[in-house]
Design a protein around this ligand. Structure first.
Ligand code: BES
Ligand code: MN
Ligand code: MN
Length: 457
């Protein structure tokens, strides 16, 4: 413990400066205009892995953005940890809401403000630096493999192929990921599940061209109105999702599981205050923690149609569109839900319009074990670093690759995230506390220590 703290203390400024350099790359995977920057970020990540002491570092080409790989095999008879993270980030839009530029990391009140500060550059880089620390202090007790991808925020479409084609190279005993949240620094937690995802786009088409809303309005169905009605009908009066069969495969939690989940500290007044909302909303019969962690949801992520420029234009739009995501829980299947949605949406379309549903990407839900050696090692590491035992929680977000690691490689994951839900992931002014960054670099070597010890006994 002392060695770890001393190393961090001795290298404090450099550890931060390097993260800042990483954050300066606008590695937005969703927007092709950032292509060169995304590629440069992969190169930077590879160079840093190499510097930290990794062998066989490679920027592995895919049909999309490359996957950065590196490893340190100290002894084939020792356990191997596969670290996964992503160097790509979400688009920074809307830009005007950022207090300081998204790709010029700025410290305010002890927090680093930048796109990717928490999701996931700040978090995966802790692993690179913790690895460097273990190499420099001669304390790496296990084998380690890094796989840092550049398409997580757009659905990891090429990662599945890479994993299938590299089963031998990726062989490991556990996957370790820091890309989730903790309850708070005072009440550290470990996520033990992630929701799945079905993401799709819908289009409602009416007349064959935009029309004068005075000349035709009232006589021709307005696709924007129809789309709004169709979307509104997807939740019933209890905010259950009204797609037939949607809940068929959902595993209900036992009373014990529900009680354990609801025992986590959560203050509804603070929650509402933080978001400036008068009331929370959601499926009847479930608490906020259950709604975000253990229940499936359906959300409109974007909706448009007609004239949205300056001033007014009297127009009856020819079509209207929406992007819709559904978060899934065990044992729902992404493909099945996408099909149910598509069938239902076509079914409820009135005869005045044509509808089209286009699936984007998906991912399966996962629950991670809490009785494994690796989970216990994470528990011990956090307890040692934070002085309190972590609480198990269920995360609301999705990391599709976790289910894939299990299916393809047969490896379970430990989700040891150090972010906070209030870190504004995907929002303007994303941040990551400098304290969390150092705390992560301190906790990770403790994980390796305990994992090696527990694996041996
Ligand atoms: N790191 C997040 C997922 C996350 C955030 C999990 C907070 C738990 C707590 C990840 O980068 C992410 O944003 N995933 C996407 C899914 C992807 C397919 C675009 C998501 O959850 O929307
Ligand atoms: Mn992430
Ligand atoms: Mn993300």
């Amino acid at each position: 413990m002392q060695i770890i703290k001393q190393y961090i203390e001795d290298n404090k400024q450099r550890l931060l400066d390097e993260l800042f350099d990483l954050l300066r790359f606008p590695s937005v995977s969703a927007d092709p205009k950032y292509k060169d920057d995304v590629l440069k970020t992969a190169d930077y990540t590879a160079a840093k892995l190499q510097e930290a002491g990794a062998d066989n570092v490679e920027v592995c080409q895919t049909a999309g953005y490359p996957i950065v790989y590196g490893e340190k095999i100290i002894d084939a008879s020792k356990p191997t940890v596969l670290v996964y993270g992503h160097y790509d980030v979400q688009p920074p839009d809307p830009l005007e809401l950022w207090k300081t530029p998204p790709f010029e990391p700025t410290v305010r009140d002890g927090k680093i403000y930048a796109r990717g500060a928490c999701d996931d550059k700040g978090q995966f880089y802790m692993h690179v630096k913790a690895f460097e620390l273990m190499m420099q202090t001669n304390t790496l007790p296990c084998n380690i493999k890094f796989m840092i991808e550049g398409e997580e925020e757009v659905g990891s479409n090429n990662l599945g192929l890479f994993v299938k084609a590299n089963k031998e190279r990726l062989k490991a005993d556990v996957v370790l990921i820091s890309d989730t949240s903790m309850l708070s620094m005072e009440t550290p937690s470990l996520e033990t599940g992630l929701r799945g995802l079905s993401y799709l786009e819908v289009e409602v088409v009416g007349p064959n061209r935009d029309l004068h809303s005075g000349v035709y309005g009232g006589a021709v169905a307005n696709p924007a109105t129809i789309l709004a009605k169709m979307i509104a009908s997807l939740h019933d009066e209890n905010n259950h999702i009204a797609i037939p069969g949607f809940y068929d495969d959902v595993v209900e939690l036992t009373d014990d599981e529900r009680n354990a989940l609801n025992a986590a500290p959560y203050n509804e007044e603070e929650y509402k205050k933080d978001l400036d909302i008068a009331e929370v909303w959601g499926e009847k019969g479930y608490s906020t923690l259950e709604r975000t962690g253990t229940r499936p949801t359906l959300e409109v992520n974007g909706i448009w149609g007609g004239y949205i420029g300056e001033g007014a234009k009297t127009v009856l739009p020819s079509k209207a569109n929406a992007k819709i995501s559904m978060r899934l829980v065990p044992n729902q299947s992404s493909d099945k839900i996408t099909q149910l949605f598509t069938d239902h949406f076509n079914h409820i379309a009135p005869p005045y319009v044509k509808v089209k549903v286009t699936p984007h990407h998906g991912g399966e839900p996962v629950v991670t074990p809490t009785n494994s050696v690796a989970y216990q090692a994470a528990q011990k590491a956090i307890t040692e670093a934070f002085g309190v035992e972590p609480i198990p929680t269920r995360g609301g977000g999705s990391i599709p690759i976790v289910a894939l690691f299990e299916a393809e490689l047969g490896i379970k994951t430990v989700l040891m995230g150090f972010g906070l839900d209030s870190d504004a992931l995907h929002s303007p002014n994303e941040k990551y506390d400098i304290f969390n960054y150092y705390k992560g670099i301190e906790t990770i070597p403790l994980f390796y220590k305990h994992y090696a010890e527990l694996s041996n006994s």
